[in-house]
Design a protein around this ligand. Structure first.
Ligand code: LIP
Length: 271
């Protein structure tokens, strides 16, 4: 019997994410420090990022040995068996690592399940607050048992926008120019520092829209499903799928005006 249904995969993702968030919370309380850097000196890794990802991959390997996995810290892992995996888990052990390092309560465990290349289930759990957002494809988006509906905003000028910046100084300069040009045309901008949670906040209308260039699959896979299942249009620029070039999540009436502004501002350009 095929046990790869979205609700079954979500149950596993939630169980694994809760245990992982507990570990991350405990390690934060014990004190964390930078153990390595990645793309730049500000793109940091803590011992918790690695320990939590190992915990998640061990649990998924035990529960679902035939599945593949893609994690931020250890990359792609193929299933134990030779058969091509239908299911792939996309994992960010601690999204918002800089927030986590500084003790800002805005970082999360993010786990998405993809079946035949399509994300069908996802969970984002705030490590500090315990807020938990979940979604299944066609099954809606939920936080702590409440079904989520996004903002119904129709005026870009009244739109509260969340965005983010990469780790490369030249890219940050380009992204800052885009924000400087965009900010007169929206209600205001928020920079919170964890794409997975940011996408879930717009899913429940705690802000109206989100956009960011430079996200990896693990930053956005689960949060983008939560956003889409809450009624947001989620996409890239020029009809492309959401990806490293650009992720936009906005109410249907806001997507096009925000998209067009970002195109005019060359938001997916620069380094
Ligand atoms: C972070 C994203 C955030 C982005 C940061 C970074 P990380 O992911 O969640 O939205 O602005 O540059 O990419 O590095 O904490 O997993």
């Amino acid at each position: 019997m095929d046990r790869s249904s979205a609700p079954e995969l979500l149950d596993i993702a939630v169980e694994v994410a809760r245990n992982a968030a507990d570990t991350a919370y405990r390690m934060r309380a014990e004190g964390v420090s930078v153990t390595a850097t990645k793309s730049t000196v500000t793109d940091v890794v803590t011992a918790a990022d690695r320990a939590v990802e190992r915990q998640i991959s061990d649990a998924l390997r035990r529960l679902r040995p035939d599945d593949a996995m893609l994690g931020e810290e250890y990359g792609a892992a193929q299933p134990g068996s030779d058969a091509p995996a239908r299911v792939r888990w996309i994992v960010d052990p601690i999204d918002g690592t800089v927030n986590y390092l500084y003790g800002l309560p805005h970082s999360a465990v993010s786990i998405a399940a993809e079946v035949d290349g399509e994300v069908v289930a996802g969970v984002v759990r705030n490590i500090h607050t315990g807020e938990e957002w979940t979604a299944t494809l066609g099954g809606g988006a939920w936080r702590d048992g409440r079904q989520l509906r996004c903002s119904a905003e129709t005026d870009l000028g009244q739109t509260l926008v969340i965005t983010g910046f990469g780790y490369d100084p030249a890219r940050r300069a380009h992204q800052a120019r885009v924000v400087a040009e965009l900010i007169p045309h929206v209600r205001d901008i928020r920079r919170l520092g964890a794409a997975a949670i940011d996408l879930c906040l717009v899913a429940e209308g705690r802000a109206d829209a989100y956009y960011e260039k430079g996200l990896a699959a693990w930053d956005q896979a689960a949060g983008a499903l939560v956003a889409a299942e809450a009624g947001l249009r989620v996409g890239g620029l020029g009809g492309r799928a959401p990806g490293p070039d650009m992720v936009i999540a906005a109410p249907p009436a806001i997507f096009a005006p925000l998209h067009d502004r970002l195109v005019d501002l060359d938001a997916d350009g620069g380094p």
